[in-house]
Design a protein around this ligand. Structure first.
Ligand code: HEM
Length: 505
């Protein structure tokens, strides 16, 4: 971490935090808080989090139970690690926990937390969510981008076919990430942008840096009074990223305003991109809240950031698990041969028939949910859950990584075994708390349908069109599966493999 604990301790001491904190905990101790590991003065439990907090919190839950009270710096956190407790927070008491905590990164980089993902619960967020669900992420809208997805996947398969000729190893992680970035770009902006288009630093890398900054442990969030000092230097980095976003999105909006006639043409036949749709809502004045360029920009960022990396990382994990488990790979390919045949590529209309693939997707989400701690929820009032006092203004972290590996729910939880879902009712859409890759309740993912189409389509195309071998005689069981934590958890090391084309040309 980029700061010194010594300085932190000194500053906090002089600001008399210990005394204030004592007063506060004495007050809470009168009520029954959830169990808590032993913490340190001032830091609380911050020192217990390492590079992969979802794994650390899972270890803590094994010792202290499914509802744990922790204090990161000055801020109370409730860590929820079982299906039954997740149901209490996300269903039974959903309304109390439907808000998001103050978050310096979102404040600086998302136009004052005006966006959907970090927006505080209230009438503004509700209207914004309605607008996004009905106008941007409806089935109709998602289907309107089907030809674009087909075209992009066609180009993707062609470029992989070229690698087959030289029997060259391919950086699948990089390829998949470019594919989903290009799909998201075309969906949101209506066209692809090049690297020079975001301050010369590369569109994808700026978005990724922003997401990384948003996920780093930020002292400004844990000790709000330290925010102004910017001890870690995060704030100035965030401001630079925010400026890059703002300049770029302003340019995109101007291009759309200038090309309004084109947009009207597109309305008549071809898909209207998300900026077109947002601009017409802004100009019509039909939104239920004041809707200006700031809102358009905040939603653009939400749609891009939420769709690019989530789908890419999920596809990467599925492919890695399939390559690691050749028998499962063979079964997925056999299903595809039956449903699609070897004469053509997969179409979106085939997806509903791919039942075994669905089990593989569920099993991958169980072992590697890409947003394992969801986005933090926030209690807007005191509440009693399972007999425990949950103070107002606690951050609630639901650890789906822990839930997916809970031996009370899953037999042989560390094994990749898609057949466990044969005859099982457990689905991943937020009704079954054993499997929550998209969250559940009011704050559950509104892009789930789109995310699932992208993931199933890309995976099925990759394994239908190609056989995959690891390079340099590496055995499947040797494939490294280390995770790297950020807002989206991806593979720490890229997935490299050699494709062989398997369709009849
Ligand atoms: C595989 C793909 C995806 C996964 C696994 C995923 C997962 C999630 C998760 C876990 C949350 C947090 C839920 C919570 O805090 O309770 C979330 C929220 C969100 N997702 Fe997704 N997501 C995916 C794709 C998408 C796509 C394609 C979009 C839109 C284009 C999207 C838009 C959002 C938004 C706007 C939120 C914030 C919702 C709110 O706070 O009200 N997601 N997603």
């Amino acid at each position: 971490m980029e700061f010194s604990w010594f300085w932190l301790t000194t500053i906090a001491f002089f600001l008399a935090i210990p005394l204030l904190h004592r007063l506060r905990s004495v007050n809470n101790k009168k009520k029954k808080l959830p169990p808590s590991p032993k913490g340190l003065p001032i830091l609380g439990h911050l020192h217990m989090l390492g590079k992969n907090p979802h794994q650390d919190l899972y270890t803590i839950a094994k010792e202290h139970g499914p509802i744990v009270f922790m204090r990161f710096g000055w801020v109370p956190h409730i860590v929820v690690s079982s299906n039954k407790s997740a149901e209490l927070f996300l269903k039974t008491h959903d309304l109390v926990f439907a808000s998001r905590p103050p978050h310096q990164a979102a404040e600086i980089m998302s136009w004052g937390q005006k966006n959907l993902s970090f927006g505080k619960y209230g009438p503004y967020w509700r209207s914004m969510r309605k607008l996004c669900t009905l106008e941007l992420l409806s089935t109709l809208k998602i289907n309107s981008f089907q030809p674009m997805r087909k075209e992009e996947l066609g180009l993707f398969v062609e470029s992989l076919k070229l690698s087959c000729r030289g029997k060259a190893a391919v950086d699948l992680s990089a390829k998949i990430s470019s594919l989903t970035a290009e799909m998201s770009c075309r969906m949101v902006f209506g066209k692809k942008y090049e690297d020079k288009d975001m301050g010369g630093r590369g569109f994808k890398s700026v978005i990724e840096e922003g997401m990384k900054l948003a996920a780093l442990p930020n002292l400004g969030d844990y000790f709000p009074f330290l925010g102004i000092f910017d001890l870690q230097g995060f704030k100035s980095k965030m401001k630079k990223i925010a400026k890059a976003y703002d300049d770029f999105f302003e340019k995109v909006i101007d291009e759309h305003v200038n090309g309004a006639a084109e947009a009207a043409d597109r309305a008549d036949g071809k898909a209207r991109d998300i900026v077109d749709t947002l601009m017409s809502i802004m100009q019509s004045g039909d939104a239920e809240f004041q809707f200006d360029r700031g809102h358009v920009k905040a939603i653009m960022l939400d749609m891009l950031a939420a769709s690019m990396d989530t789908a890419a990382s999920t596809v990467e994990w599925i492919l890695a698990l399939l390559i690691k488990n050749p028998k499962v790979m063979k079964k997925v390919q056999e299903e595809l041969e039956q449903v699609v045949g070897l004469e053509r590529m997969v179409e979106e209309s085939d997806l509903d028939q791919l039942k075994y693939l669905d089990m593989v997707v569920k099993e991958t989400f169980r072992l590697h949910p890409v947003a394992p701690l969801l986005i933090p929820h926030y209690s807007t009032e005191d509440c009693t859950v399972n007999g425990y006092h949950i103070p107002k203004e606690s951050r609630v972290i639901v650890n789906t990584h822990a839930i997916g590996r809970d031996p009370n729910v899953w037999a042989r939880p560390n094994e990749f075994f898609p057949e466990r879902f044969v005859g099982s009712e457990i689905d991943l859409r937020g009704q079954h708390f054993e499997l929550l890759p998209f969250g559940s309740g009011r704050r559950g993912c509104p892009g789930m349908q789109l995310g699932l189409i992208q993931v199933r389509l890309i995976v099925s195309q990759l394994v239908h069109c190609f056989d995959w071998k690891l390079p340099e005689g590496m055995l499947p069981e040797e494939l490294d599966m280390t995770e790297e934590f950020s807002l989206v958890v991806s593979r720490a090391n890229p997935l490299i493999a050699i494709p062989t084309f398997r369709l009849r040309d």
